[in-house]
Design a protein around this ligand. Structure first.
Ligand SMILES: [Zn+2]
Ligand SMILES: [Zn+2]
Length: 245
């Protein structure tokens, strides 16, 4: 539950003191995401957030991240429906959906080393001319993801760990650009990439009706994203988040 006294739904009158139930946003089991490193004795990652706007400097939902043990969690689970927030900003209210973890190779976008983008500019233009794709479309991953680079909409804002001062590791991004913008490069695409005449699978499968029914359906402000970071060097794996739109 979130009892932040100043959280609000835009255009609505101020809320009373009654706490607001947080909503589940991401649930990942270690067995489904082999590339995700879990802290010792945990195998379940859960992220919830309060679906209201919080004035913590980010003006967005207020998330909480939990590393759990799946067996212990299941043993202590409550019966019946989870609590529902009595009010919510729809921008932060995910539609129930499943994840389909797909290994992908990605290259930095906003996080390209300084000057490299200018050096590669001609190559990017050639690519666009020959294949019709932007670097942004083929090399970066705009969908929600574990690992890789934060799906920044605005220039990078990497956090430093409050405990040790080192730059934190990007854990995962939840982005509003699901599922149809940009692309990721699933491993099976590498094979089809050998055939110059094949239609790339992300284009072949881009049926608008199917895309509409897919994913969490959150606007996150305006095509924004929530980015989670951890420090694995400090006790209890501290985390923080960034939000932009
Ligand atoms: Zn709240
Ligand atoms: Zn640290």
């Amino acid at each position: 539950m979130c009892a932040e006294p100043d959280h609000y739904k835009p255009l609505d009158p101020p809320l009373g003191p009654e706490p607001v139930a947080m909503v589940p946003v991401v649930q990942l089991y270690a067995r489904d995401v082999p590339g995700l490193v879990f802290p010792a004795s945990t195998d379940l990652l859960q992220i919830l957030w309060c679906p209201l706007v919080h004035e913590d400097g980010r003006y967005a939902a207020n998330p909480r991240l939990h590393w759990r043990n799946a067996a212990l969690t299941a043993a202590g689970a409550m019966a019946g429906e989870p609590p529902c927030p009595h009010t919510a900003d729809e921008d932060y209210l995910p539609r129930p959906c499943t994840v389909s973890p797909t290994p992908a190779v990605e290259y930095p976008n906003w996080d390209l080393p300084e000057g490299l983008s200018e050096l590669l500019d001609q190559r990017f233009e050639d690519l666009k001319k020959e294949k019709g794709y932007d670097y942004f479309e083929v090399a970066t991953t705009q969908q929600s993801k574990v690992g890789g680079y934060p799906g920044w909409t605005q220039p990078p804002d990497w956090p430093d760990c409050a405990g040790c001062g080192t730059r934190m590791e990007h854990l995962l991004s939840v982005t509003a650009t699901e599922p149809g913008m940009g692309r990721w490069l699933p491993l099976n695409d590498w094979a089809s990439g050998q055939d110059e005449t094949a239609t790339p699978c992300w284009m072949a499968e881009a049926d608008p009706a199917a895309l509409d029914a897919f994913g969490h359906d959150m606007a996150l402000g305006d095509l924004g994203g929530m980015y989670f970071f951890v420090c694995r060097g400090c006790p209890d794996t501290p985390y923080t988040h960034r939000y932009d739109c």
